[in-house]
Design a protein around this ligand. Structure first.
Ligand code: BTN
Length: 258
């Protein structure tokens, strides 16, 4: 990874402070440690992670030298109830950046999975720091399988995962994808911070593969099945149960049922 190259091409807040590490535990943890010393938009990149974290306490497989492991420090002026929208914004930025840089038909599975051909190409883990009920920081962790050979991943992960290389047959530049994602994030983060989020929500709807599908959503011990009808202005999923009742869900593990 070449930081000078990324800095030269990413204008706006995400090109100002970029930290590159060889191997870390987790870039989200490093970002939390650097939070006080950095300004909004600081980017932490690592070649590999030894304790990569996924959502819902899962491990994120982070082999050195092949994939993107990045955390971005945001100081959004949003209320706590808008926390899901930060992840929605990041998913739009990643899917758009990946489409531009790789030509792949990347879609979003609610809330934050980056998918190609029904397989997971990447994911987003947002850690929120709050003070007196408001968000003071959001650390948006982004993992993208770029040049990894997912056959080396544990079998149950390999079944559901893919990489840019697996989909295109070619090695891709991690810098180019990182640059494309950060340029898109500059645009979508400004929209999230602005008065009107309609454009962000409609872009998410354009990029998602979840709406209109029969899905099962697991929240802790409970699994609900129904049709993914829409997302609301806070990024919550509107799930229509067989009874006709609509449940609003802010987070959970979603599976598309066939
Ligand atoms: C998921 O889909 O479960 C989220 C995966 C997020 C992985 C990224 S890699 C960079 C950052 N550091 C971490 O430990 N996790 C996120």
């Amino acid at each position: 990874m070449n930081v000078a190259d990324i800095k030269a091409k990413v204008k706006g807040i995400f090109g100002k402070e970029i930290f590159l590490y060889e191997t870390v535990g987790s870039t989200n943890t490093v970002a939390a440690e650097l939070f006080e010393k950095t300004s909004e938009g600081a980017v932490i990149l690592a070649d590999g992670q030894e304790r990569g974290r996924g959502r819902l306490g899962r491990t994120w497989i982070s082999p050195a030298g092949v994939n993107i492991h990045m955390s971005v420090i945001l100081r959004p002026k949003t209320e706590l109830r808008d926390a899901t929208l930060i992840t929605i914004m990041a998913a739009v930025a990643c899917a758009s950046g990946l489409r531009k840089a790789t030509g792949l038909d990347v879609s979003i599975k609610w809330p934050n999975d980056l998918m190609v051909s029904d397989k997971k190409l990447g994911g987003i883990l947002t850690d929120i720091k709050t003070e007196k009920g408001t968000i003071i920081a959001a650390i948006v962790g982004i993992g993208i399988n770029v040049n990894s050979n997912t056959d080396t991943f544990p079998q149950e992960v390999n079944k559901t995962a893919t990489s840019v290389k697996k989909e295109t047959g070619d090695l891709s530049s991690r810098e180019e994808i990182t640059i494309a994602v950060l340029i898109e994030m500059d645009k979508w983060y400004a929209i999230l911070q602005g008065e009107d989020r309609t454009m962000l929500l409609s872009e998410w709807k354009r990029l998602t593969s979840t709406l209109g599908k029969k899905v099962a959503v697991t929240l802790g011990e409970e699994t609900l099945s129904g049709v993914a009808e829409a997302i609301d202005g806070e990024g919550r999923l509107l799930l229509k149960l067989p009874s006709g009742e609509i449940k609003r869900i802010s987070s959970g593990d979603l599976t598309v049922l066939r």
